[in-house]
Design a protein around this ligand. Structure first.
Ligand SMILES: CC(C)(COP(=O)([O-])OP(=O)([O-])OC[C@H]1O[C@@H](n2cnc3c(N)ncnc32)[C@H](O)[C@@H]1OP(=O)([O-])[O-])[C@@H](O)C(=O)NCCC(=O)NCCSC(=O)C[C@@](C)(O)CC(=O)[O-]
Ligand SMILES: NC(=O)C1=CN([C@@H]2O[C@H](COP(=O)(O)OP(=O)(O)OC[C@H]3O[C@@H](n4cnc5c(N)ncnc54)[C@H](O)[C@@H]3O)[C@@H](O)[C@H]2O)C=CC1
Length: 432
């Protein structure tokens, strides 16, 4: 049997499955059954999912949960979250409920500018290139009109194009650095189409004026969007933070110290920010957005001053505790998968069909809430108590516990600490 193949993409779905099962899964019938049992009974719906990507062999389920009670700018939301990790939805719900009783979350979109670049090489005089760029710039805009016309009608489009001299970083390297307003679309395809037109027009026109060649290396949007920024915040008097017997002032002071540590210590900051992304990614996925784009942009923002740091900040001033975050989020509520995936449409409907700006605020709040819940656990009970309580069901399922066994063991761990070994021990005792 060969484990390489030419023309795999041309095989039918069932041929692809057969090939994978026989070459990589020991021709196991059980493996084939597992792959096929995830097919949807509705063949049209299955075909829709098959066609989202290439070489599809099955569907990969993630649970879609909902975190209710989010009060954001005075409006109540139930936030849909698609995620595999236990305790994330519980933590978001917990923080939402906590802040609902303390004035809710405030969120504000600061800016919505997206970026794209044409990267090119030119071996010649910069001042001459600059003059040529200024001459050619109106034609760059004009030639993209067929692409931008509809976006302009909606109030968006190209904001500006700059020529950037990057030769101090790399010999002969220049950029057309363009900014865009893409409204309710994330904008990747729109921006890339504009950039590819810029590169064609620029190469042709510049070479005509310069009498020498320029090499277009590539044209692509940037996922670093520091001017597509949203702020989320909570605040209350420190006394109001009193919760489950823990005194407000002491809690607030320890919480601020935990944030300060993440601000100065990159090892902690990465985990701290991972906790924020627990909330952000889950909503980004549920709403059909590109979580790789969001992850890349957010982490780049976390190191914008040269040292990786916390995305959230906290302070106590005049007896008022404030916890906030500003992050870049290029999100869409049209385009991509948003209008195609039936569960994404449901998720957006649950959120009341938000605009991209409203979604930016919701997603930022989900991240802030998640970080609040994690830090509250970390600085009070420790993370394992709550997390393992939620993870208990996964351990039980790993050992194929029956419903009766689950009931007994869940009951036992209401008053005992959950660890993997303690659960296994209780299960063994029960099965003796
Ligand atoms: C786990 C909790 C919420 C328990 O918290 P608790 O205080 O034991 O919860 P409770 O039983 O008192 O219930 C209060 C509310 O919490 C929510 N809640 C409570 N249980 C559930 C549940 N089963 N399903 C859904 N929602 C739940 C729910 O809103 C509930 O209200 P109710 O619905 O009853 O009106 C808390 O301990 C917590 O927030 N822990 C943090 C968990 C967390 O951050 N998990 C992420 C995974 S760990 C990680 O990846 C990130 C990390 C930690 O490394 C980041 C970092 O280091 O910064
Ligand atoms: N580096 C990256 O992040 C890359 C991402 N992508 C993918 O591109 C997709 C997103 O691209 P888009 O251009 O956003 O999607 P898209 O190509 O589906 O276009 C969305 C279109 O919707 C139309 N539209 C209708 N109503 C609108 C409104 N109110 N506001 C704005 N536009 C409106 C516009 O014509 C817009 O161009 C995602 O699937 C992403 O994964 C693609 C290439 C690179």
């Amino acid at each position: 049997m060969s484990t390489t193949i030419s023309g795999f993409s041309k095989l039918s779905k069932s041929e692809k499955i057969d090939w994978i099962v026989s070459n990589y899964l020991s021709n196991s019938n059980t493996a084939k059954q597992t792959i096929t049992q995830y097919f949807n009974a509705d063949s049209k719906l299955q075909q829709l999912h098959d066609e989202f990507i290439e070489n599809t062999i099955s569907n990969y389920y993630l649970p879609l949960g909902v975190a209710p009670n989010f009060e954001i700018n005075g409006k109540t939301y139930a936030i849909p979250m698609a995620i595999e990790e236990s305790s994330v939805v519980a933590a978001a719900s917990n923080a939402a409920k906590f802040w609902m009783q303390r004035g809710g979350f405030k969120a504000k979109v600061i800016s919505t500018t997206k970026i794209g670049q044409v990267h090119f090489m030119f071996d010649g005089d910069f001042e001459t290139l600059k003059k040529v760029f200024e001459t050619v710039k109106p034609k760059l805009i004009l030639d993209t009109k067929p692409i931008t016309a509809n976006m302009e009608k909606r109030g968006g489009g190209i904001l500006d194009i700059e020529l950037r001299n990057k030769t101090s970083d790399l010999n002969n390297y220049y950029q057309l650095h363009a900014t865009f307003e893409t409204l309710d679309a994330m904008g990747a395809n729109f921006i890339n189409s504009c950039l590819e037109q810029f590169s064609k027009t620029f190469k042709a026109e510049a070479e005509k004026h310069l009498n020498t060649s320029i090499e277009i290396v590539m044209s692509i949007l940037s996922n670093y969007v520091p001017d597509c920024l949203v702020r989320a915040e909570v605040s209350c008097n420190v006394e109001e933070l009193k919760h489950k017997g823990i005194e407000g002032k002491a809690f607030a002071e320890k919480f601020v110290r935990a944030v300060n540590i993440a601000e100065v210590e990159p090892h902690r900051a990465v985990t701290h920010n991972k906790g924020i992304m627990n909330g952000i990614d889950a909503v980004v996925l549920a709403t059909g957005n590109d979580f790789r784009a969001i992850e890349a942009g957010v982490h780049a923002y976390a190191i914008k001053n040269g040292k990786y740091t916390s995305l959230t900040h906290a302070k106590i001033e005049d007896g008022v505790f404030t916890f906030w975050m500003e992050i870049p989020l290029a999100l869409g509520t049209v385009g991509g998968l948003t209008g195609l995936h039936p569960l994404v449409k449901i998720a957006l409907n649950i959120l009341g069909k938000p605009s991209a700006k409203e979604l930016m605020q919701i997603v930022a709040v989900a991240g802030l809430a998640q970080n609040f819940a994690a830090l509250r656990s970390l600085t009070t009970t420790g993370i394992q108590e709550g997390h393992m309580k939620m993870h208990l069901m996964n351990i039980l399922n790993q050992f194929n516990a029956t419903n009766e066994e689950k009931e007994v063991i869940v009951n036992y761990f209401k008053t005992n600490t959950v660890t993997h070994s303690a659960v296994v021990l209780e299960l063994e005792k029960l099965r003796q």
